[in-house]
Design a protein around this ligand. Structure first.
Ligand SMILES: Cc1cc2nc3c(=O)[nH]c(=O)nc-3n(C[C@H](O)[C@H](O)[C@H](O)COP(=O)(O)O)c2cc1C
Length: 382
């Protein structure tokens, strides 16, 4: 856990680049002690493992596995492992430690119309199995982002998806208009978990009508592939997901952080300068799994999973509940090389299962019967 402290700053929106460090640790999992590999991963394969096709021969190491994933509107990622917004800066910060072009995609730090200095410190703290952050969307504003990074991104084969945030529909539309047609921008990821000033502080992500209206407005403003990021801070995400899909999103991303607080050392006030922070890391994986499971059953657009990925088994779990791709976030602070390693491990997993594509791994844990109850998530009663 020390490693994360070293790389997450209270003043910056992204990790301190670990790129100057010549040797990068490659721990198995940054947040949990090394655990036994679970069924479904190569190391634990047995004859009874449902992931193994009976009689399937291993795909020889030299043969490629098709990891491509189509997120719609021409956005085809080379593989399904992306890095999550706010945890990989603008990509350039990591370019000397990681071969960024081996990633499936980069979601850059949340970008707003005007520069934002972010929230008061402290902005991050550790929690059991994760972290709380309240960076507050610190960023230099869309014009500065374009000026500084667009040319570099345009020279990279890896698709860069710009994470867009705003306080009103007009903000989102204006940012997107400035991104539209610029070189190096492969798509937009709408972060709609921001206060909607136009509607009295409501977050767009917690109201189906508000979520649909911002999605529709952005859809009208650009032909860029449009991903919309769901918030877990709702009782039932399904109507919101459906409304966003109906409003023209090409794909959904799930999930953003869970709202939480920590208490200061003297117990006189909450610890974070902003009081509230967003919980991320392995602690939120079960919630993310539940939401991906629910959402992937009610929309027909691709779902990209985010939440607590630290190893291949997490990727396989998210694919099993219907995700077509996965973003790695908090775990990057402890190990920036993890996402690229996961690309290789996923290909290796497919080869050992006799698969020439990872697609058969998608949706294996979803209900088999059409019309079956999709979940007990929001309805769950202990
Ligand atoms: C320090 C930090 C900054 C983040 N900044 C953003 C952001 O700007 N926009 C956004 O949509 N999500 C942001 N997130 C949320 C992540 O993209 C991701 O959805 C969340 O952390 C869950 O994934 P994880 O458990 O793998 O970290 C941030 C997360 C962290 C930890």
């Amino acid at each position: 856990m020390k490693a994360r402290r070293r790389v997450v700053t209270a003043s910056g929106a992204s990790a301190q680049p670990a790129r100057r460090t010549p040797t990068v640790r490659t721990p198995k999992s940054p947040f949990v002690p090394a655990r036994q590999r679970r069924p479904g991963t190569a190391a634990s394969r047995t004859a009874g493992d449902p992931g193994v096709r009976p009689g399937a021969a291993e795909v020889p190491a030299g043969l490629p596995v098709d990891l491509r994933v189509d997120l719609g509107r021409g956005l085809v990622l080379p593989n399904p492992i992306l890095v999550a917004s706010g945890t990989f800066g603008y990509g350039t910060e990591y370019a000397e430690v990681v071969d960024v072009n081996r990633l499936g995609g980069i979601c850059c730090k949340g970008t707003t119309l005007k520069p934002r200095i972010g929230n008061p410190t402290p902005r991050v703290t550790e929690t059991p199995g994760g972290m709380l952050n309240s960076i507050g969307l610190q960023n230099p504003g869309v014009d500065a982002v374009l000026e500084k990074y667009a040319d570099t991104w345009a020279g990279w084969p890896v698709p860069v998806i710009v994470n867009v945030a705003g306080e009103s529909v007009g903000d989102y539309v204006e940012v997107v208009k400035r991104l539209d047609g610029m070189p190096g921008i492969a798509g937009i990821e709408l972060n709609i978990s921001c206060p909607n000033v136009g509607r009295g502080g409501l977050q767009f992500a917690i109201d189906a009508d508000a979520a649909a209206s911002v999605t529709a407005a952005v859809r009208r403003a650009t032909d860029l592939p449009l991903l919309v990021k769901l918030s877990p801070n709702v009782s039932d995400v399904r109507p919101i997901a459906r409304a966003i899909a109906d409003a023209g999103a090409d794909a959904l991303c799930a999930i953003n952080t869970l709202s939480g607080i920590a208490v200061g050392p003297a117990r006189e006030r909450p610890l974070l300068g902003n009081i509230y922070g967003g919980l991320s890391g392995p602690a939120i994986k079960p919630v993310a799994l539940r939401i991906v499971y629910e959402v992937s059953q009610v929309v027909s657009i691709p779902v990209v999973a985010i939440g607590g990925v630290t190893e291949l088994a997490d990727v396989l779990d998210f694919l099993a509940v219907g995700a077509v791709a996965v973003q790695v976030g908090t775990a990057i602070f402890a190990d920036p090389t993890l996402p690229v390693r996961l690309v290789d491990e996923l290909a290796g997993e497919c080869r050992q299962r006799g698969l020439t594509s990872y697609r058969p791994l998608i949706g294996t844990a979803l209900p088999k019967r059409a019309g079956a109850p999709s979940s007990k998530g929001a309805e769950y009663r202990p």
